[in-house]
Design a protein around this ligand. Structure first.
Ligand SMILES: [Fe+2]
Length: 353
């Protein structure tokens, strides 16, 4: 290093130090990380083994804290690339919630939108704005933004579901509000199954107009998703990147069930390997049925029923299974599409399509 180079570097460093005191910083030192050529995410591929690792911890939580004390007895699934953030991806939160027989999780509401995907147990309910929704494994259940909700388990078995919320998005916008309910459980305002009957039979009440962008359906039962996937699989011709994949929709708009979160379910046929695929929405997968492997870049995840794993933004992903498998997934694709940001790339026969 020459004397003039040293002095240039010294001058620059003293300049950076000087302007920092005035709340200024040089863009040229950070331009490439601020405006990367392609997504640079701190999110890493990660896998939670439900039966072997997570389930025992959830049930220990059930022994040491009651649902009443905890308000929500949940173990957060935190991405190791985002330590301390309580986030599973940059934009989403996920956790596994346990409600034991006889317990209730008190009513509250918040700006954050939530989905539930049932992992084990049947017969517990979540009540949304006065309507009880019974839940069974594989069901996809909505709690849209600012709706009153409480949970209860009147069955004789423990119930565990995966919660997915847009907490980091709401924090990013500093737009979060929350309110506790006046009573522990809500009064029943409509009979159970009311929203399903009104809105999910390809019919809508004649003068009904959506009040917001959320789906009026509160529960998408697994028997219906399974019926669709089975029929598609019988028809053959799986998509090279996805097998047989469907998206959950708001029947009033054809769009995503909630404005920030998109959700999907897919079936991979026996002995199937997908073509490499990537998209800008970091995605959380929950295994419904089957065993298989997912390669995320060079990282390989071996999964089985009830496991959860994450595929980060723009990482090439390949799913493979020996037996038929079903995967539920959710991501912030809804928000990205609204903002015109969402992109995908399909790699077919080594070519990007
Ligand atoms: Fe909540």
């Amino acid at each position: 290093m020459t004397i003039s180079e040293v002095s240039t570097e010294d001058r620059r460093n003293s300049f950076y130090e000087l302007i920092r005191k005035d709340n200024l910083a040089s863009l040229w030192q950070r331009l490439h990380s601020l405006v990367p050529k392609s997504p640079l995410t701190p999110v890493v591929p990660v896998h939670w083994d439900y039966d072997g690792v997570v389930r025992p911890h959830i049930f220990t939580a059930g022994e040491i804290v009651t649902a009443e004390e905890a308000e929500r007895r949940v173990l957060i699934l935190e991405n190791p690339g985002l330590p301390g953030s309580a986030s599973i991806t940059q934009s989403l939160y996920a956790g596994l919630q346990l409600v034991l027989p006889g317990e209730v999780a008190r009513a509250h509401r918040h700006s954050q939108s939530a989905l539930r995907f049932v992992i084990e147990g049947r017969g517990a309910y979540t009540a949304v704005d006065g309507e009880r929704v019974a839940m069974s494994p594989g069901d996809f259940v909505l709690t849209p933004s600012w709706r009153w909700h409480d949970h209860g388990n009147e069955s004789d078995e423990p119930m565990v579901w995966l919660d997915g919320l847009d907490i980091p998005i709401i924090s990013f916008f500093d737009a979060g509000f929350a309110e506790p309910g006046k009573a522990i459980t809500q009064a029943e305002l409509r009979p159970p199954g009311d929203s399903e009957a009104r809105y999910s039979n390809n019919l809508l009440p004649v003068d009904w107009k959506p009040g917001d962008r959320n789906s009026p359906i509160l529960r998408y039962p697994y028997e219906r998703s399974n019926e669709t996937l089975s029929a598609m699989a019988r028809g053959g011709d799986p998509d090279a990147c996805h097998g047989y994949k469907v998206r959950f929709i708001n029947p009033a708009t054809g769009s995503t069930p909630m404005p920030t979160i998109a959700a999907f379910i897919q079936r991979l046929p026996e002995s199937f390997e997908t073509a490499a695929y990537r998209s800008t929405d970091s995605t959380i997968f929950a295994v419904v049925e089957g065993h298989g492997q997912t390669k995320v870049g060079s990282h390989c995840i071996e999964w089985k029923p009830r496991d959860v794993f994450v595929v980060p933004s723009w990482h090439p992903v390949v799913h493979r299974c020996e037996t038929e498998a079903t995967l539920f997934s959710f991501s912030d694709r809804a928000a990205q599409e609204t903002l015109g940001l969402w992109r995908e790339a399909r790699h077919l026969n080594g070519e990007v399509a």
